[in-house]
Ligand binder design. Sequence first.
Ligand code: KPV
Ligand code: MG
Length: 544
Amino acid sequence: MSPALNLGRALLRALKARGVAEIFGIPGDFALPLFKVIEESKILPLYTLSHEPAVGFAADAAARFHTRPSVAAVTYGAGGLNMVNPIAAAYSEKSPVVVLSGGPGLADRSTGLLLHHQAKRLSSQFEIYKEVTCDQAILDDIQRAPQIMARVLDNCVNQSRPVYLEIPRDLVFASCAPVPRLTPVQAPDKDALNACADEILARIQEAKSPVLVVDVEIRRFGLEPQVTQLCRKLGIPVVTTFMGRGLLAGQKVPFRGTYLGVAGDPDVTLLVESSDCLLGLGVILSDTNFGVSEKRIDLRRSILACDAQVTLGYHTYSNIPLPALVQALNRRLHKGRTYTASVPNYPRGLKANADLVTPLAIATAVNDLFDRTERMPIAADMGDCLFTALDIENTGLVAPGYYATMGFGVPAGLGVQAATGRRALIMVGDGAFQMTGWELLNCRRYRWNPIVLLFNNASWEMLRAFQPESKFNNLDDIRYADLAVGLGGRGHRVHTCRDLVKALDASVRDKSCFQLIEIMLPRGVLSRTLQRYVDGIKRMRARK
Ligand code: KPV
Ligand code: MG
């Protein structure tokens, strides 16, 4: 006989029905009943980590790779409030993370005492999460709970943003009706959709140098195959934004690279900034994507589809979800135009000599490694490690390219491996490693074996680049590779290109545990992208 449905099980089944494949979490007393159902029901696997920020980052990265929601489960207050930053990151970068928090029981609320983990009010955590989620609820009414769970989880899927559910600890085992199935998004008005698609194509046809710019929404809504088809039919060059790096990896399209204004590949910058018609699909209009340009992009000549809206010059069509738009465009284009699939040139052929390593040498070594073996999914942190990734051939990559939080890389790499079963390549600086690198200790339990490239310049180097006079950007010379064995992995400390190539080969061969390649970089040695970024921003500031 199957056990009667209770709130906890109803919730887990509803998550699974919406494509959730795993839960990351850290328990606490208010969340013990919730974690008990998670463990005993076996509906979804549970991965516990060490500190709540890592739980949020891992779930975020898993969601990005699945293009389905993932779950970050925590306890009330001391747990949940530790995870606000990762969920803010997921909100701004549109990653569908479901936050499940244990909460004070209904019985706890009426004792007249303040409760442990309470901040200002019992509802403080709920109020705080309102600001970083697209929908949220405290499930304190068991009758209405199924409808409310459906609403909140559907918003997570359909808007591709985080949501928050707080489960009072004494209701987890209360019997509960099943959660209704996913309600699809409201279909757009047919006439509006047709008019919009016609107008877009007319503008592209009139243009002399149209360019397609893609960003994360195309992946969030599972549209990479359809956008690939669209690129081929239009036959126009395509670039990703900085945030969208990794999109269309391996697709046969006229791919020109990643746009990054003054910091990017000058050919790509010229292509985008001189275009008379940019078509932006799913693009986030952030400063990291578009603010680093000396030549302002003329938005009156641009077409931007994002957040279920399409803006052409001065007018906007509302309720045009991206999947419907891409489908309408594809349907109007029959014969493919001639196009030439292209791959930009990336640095290859590192000389394995005694030269000191540079960020460019790291990218070159990774390109060579991927040619010799196979490509790996990448999780990158913020800092020069992410700029270095732009010199690695376009590959599935998750990174906080817009929100720009540090501490993402290591836990995100764990989330990637949990989600895909594939060994991840983690790129992280020493500053960010000090924040969340410790989470590698969880690898042994779950047999995760990422390869970590730790850029150790004993420095918050990106900050130094902006403000070289400050001594607070100096960090200590910590022997990170020596820590690896104690954490259940293997460490390699490398100074030269020869040692780097050796360490990479040894790491690929040793699949038994995580590999920490600590790459010693002199302070002040930057990737070419970060160098251009800093020079460009200084130039622009000086002019103001
Ligand atoms: C991408 C990620 C994973 C697999 C294939 C491509 C790139 C999309 C960028 C992204 C993010 O970092 O948010 O989803
Ligand atoms: Mg550093």
